[in-house]
Design a protein around this ligand. Structure first.
Ligand SMILES: Cc1cc2nc3c(=O)[nH]c(=O)nc-3n(C[C@H](O)[C@H](O)[C@H](O)COP(=O)(O)OP(=O)(O)OC[C@H]3O[C@@H](n4cnc5c(N)ncnc54)[C@H](O)[C@@H]3O)c2cc1C
Length: 565
């Protein structure tokens, strides 16, 4: 069966805030241009609106997971004239607390460091917000296709010419089944990669054209989150707490968040830098321990969990942002690494980058020039934007914390005094890729997370959950007959990894995709994959010490069903 083919002008991969903002703003620019031509005030011919957006989830928002505390500035730029009250935010931030947690106590910081103040921001479910943005985009004429996953980039004469979606109806060995559906080749004048963190198409593009040359390596955190319904009297709508300390160690970067969506609905999570060194460390399990802290357990007591999920966050900052364009292609949002880590915010930056890419794409289509030179306008606009200014001020933030919390605080303090430079001779702090930091298990014997926390890793299924139960709360489903979308090519390398690091994959994955079991015939430990558990967080693609894991897209529509995360 031959591939189906579609032709469009602008192809956007990913229906998150960045991709949808790109679509909406591009449609607005075309509409304004055509209205000006009609009224005789604009020059040139009218332009058709041909924008196609592919989203791999079976509904926009179903693969969306965020905090989310939203800085509304970008929404006001994207939808001028619309009042904040008409946007689907749950509540303004009304009360804010930054706490340091010890094992049993919590201490509120008497002040909020710059970049961490949330006055004027809103608490929201990002899933709900992107569903609303998708409706706006569709009303403006954008074609939004859900359940379509961009599988690989199409190149023509060495330039990106669109994206091939995944085929479906293939068995585990790659043989077509009776229900086989061929891929669709979507050809486009410009392709926008808005895949979120560690986009797998973005990764191949950046590697092929060396777009990360002379940049810091991108580094990530993993955020695990649950949404809870809680009884009356324990939570206030608009309450926001960020916590440091327990259960993380001094040399780990990260912290917890608790957001009151309403008086009965709480968003709670733990975000941890993936540069940790202990191969037995497990962020899902650390999150369960976090919930047992008296200050946290008090809020959840008598409540029930509604949803669970996990997702990575690119946190390398401005020095890890790759070149944002090439011939006929641009990268926006988290795929480009546009997150400000001190405030844990990327939604408004994703929207702003989407709008800048839309302005660039509009000029390119108007001038009938989609070359690398023409699209370099995007990076010029970005360098003049408020998004760049915001990221520039905190450009060394994450790298400052690579040793421990104390040095990180010192670095951050000096960065605040020196406009972001901090204690760095060359003005640029560095840290290695996340998979590089593991210590061999032998060196850690007696001190590992697993050994230290042994007694804590008992899950009562009321306050704390094992991974299997949490996967149920993520709503994750995959067709089990497809080839594994998590590819581990070298099983002999797994043996080395088991010996040296005790197979960190079985712990870094927050959805139990990787199982190490003893083979009854050989008596040796080996890897079994459960890709149907995958919540698409991409940690495996990032944190494997041997870079022996590649995340590819499964069938369109497969994956978690987050609804309102
Ligand atoms: C735990 C956590 C807490 C956070 N808290 C906050 C916060 O409070 N405030 C804030 O501003 N930011 C926060 N962030 C960051 C914020 O969520 C992101 O910066 C933002 O969502 C980035 O938007 P995006 O559109 O670039 O990517 P995403 O929101 O990740 O959207 C990408 C979309 O692309 C789709 N996609 C990916 N690959 C493909 C493909 N190949 N084909 C088709 N579709 C594809 C995905 O399914 C997804 O829908 C948080 C992030 C996490 C993980």
């Amino acid at each position: 069966m031959k591939n189906k083919t579609i032709q469009t002008d602008i192809l956007i991969i990913g229906g998150g805030p960045a991709g949808l903002a790109m679509a909406i703003h591009f449609a607005d620019l075309i509409q304004a241009h055509n209205a000006a031509v009609d009224s005789g005030t604009g020059q040139g011919a009218k332009l058709p609106l041909k924008v196609t957006l592919l989203e791999k989830a079976n509904a926009v928002g179903n693969h969306t997971l965020s905090g989310a505390v939203i800085n509304p500035v970008a929404f006001r730029e994207l939808l001028p004239g619309m009042a904040d009250k008409d946007m689907p935010f749950e509540t303004p931030v009304l009360k804010e607390d930054i706490q340091f947690l010890t094992t049993a106590k919590s201490f509120s910081l008497p002040f909020h460091p710059p970049h961490m103040d949330n006055k004027g921001n809103y608490i929201a479910s990002l899933g709900k917000v992107v569903r609303w943005l998708a409706e706006i985009a569709e009303k403006k004429g954008v074609q939004v296709f859900i359940g379509f996953s961009g599988h690989e980039l199409i190149y023509e004469q060495g330039k990106v010419a669109g994206v091939r979606t995944g085929a479906s109806g293939i068995d585990k060995h790659g043989t077509p089944r009776a229900n086989y559906q061929p891929p669709t080749d979507v050809h486009a004048k410009i392709t926008i990669l808005a895949e979120g963190p560690r986009g797998h198409l973005t990764k191949t593009l950046v590697e092929k054209f060396n777009l990360a040359k002379d940049r810091n390596p991108q580094v990530y955190s993993l955020g695990v989150k649950e949404v809870w319904e809680v009884p009356d009297g324990v939570m206030e709508a608009g309450y926001l707490a960020h916590t440091l300390g327990f259960p993380l160690q001094f040399n780990q970067f990260g912290g917890g968040f608790i957001y009151g969506l309403s008086k009965n609905l709480v968003s709670i999570g733990l975000v941890v830098g993936l540069d940790y060194t202990d191969p037995t460390f497990d962020i899902h399990h650390a999150f369960q321990i976090y919930k047992k802290h008296p200050g946290v357990a008090r809020i959840l007591k008598g409540g029930k969990v509604l949803r669970y999920g996990a997702k990575t966050i690119p946190e390398g900052g401005l020095f890890a942002v790759p070149q944002l364009y090439h011939d006929q292609v641009m990268i926006v949002g988290d795929s480009a690494g546009l997150v400000a880590m001190p405030s844990l915010k990327g939604i408004h930056l994703g929207i702003q980058s989407g709008m800048l890419a839309a302005k660039t794409a509009f000029e390119a289509i108007k001038n009938n020039d989609t070359s690398l030179k023409q699209l370099s306008l995007y990076e010029e606009l970005f360098k003049r934007s408020s998004a760049y200014k915001e990221l520039y001020a905190v450009r060394n933030f994450r790298q400052g914390f690579k040793i421990n919390l104390f040095i990180g605080m010192l670095q951050f303090g000096t960065q605040l005094l020196t406009g972001g430079r901090g204690l760095s001779l060359r003005g640029k702090l560095k840290m290695g890729e996340d998979g590089e930091h593991y210590q061999p298990i032998q060196e850690l014997r007696g001190k590992t997370f697993l050994e230290r926390r042994k007694d804590d890793l008992v899950f009562d299924k009321t306050l704390t959950f094992d991974k299997e139960t949490d996967i149920f709360y993520s709503g994750t489903k995959h067709d089990e007959e497809q080839p594994s979308h998590i590819v581990v090519p070298k099983l002999d390398v797994c043996q080395v990894c088991i010996e040296k690091y005790d197979a960190p994959c079985q712990r870094f994955c927050p959805a139990q995709v990787f199982e190490i079991a003893v083979d009854s015939k050989t008596g040796k430990r080996g890897l079994t994959l459960h890709p149907s558990n995958c919540v698409h967080c991409k940690t495996c693609d990032i944190k494997d010490p041997y870079r022996n894991v590649t995340w590819l897209s499964p069938y369109g529509g497969d994956g978690p069903e987050y609804e309102s995360m």
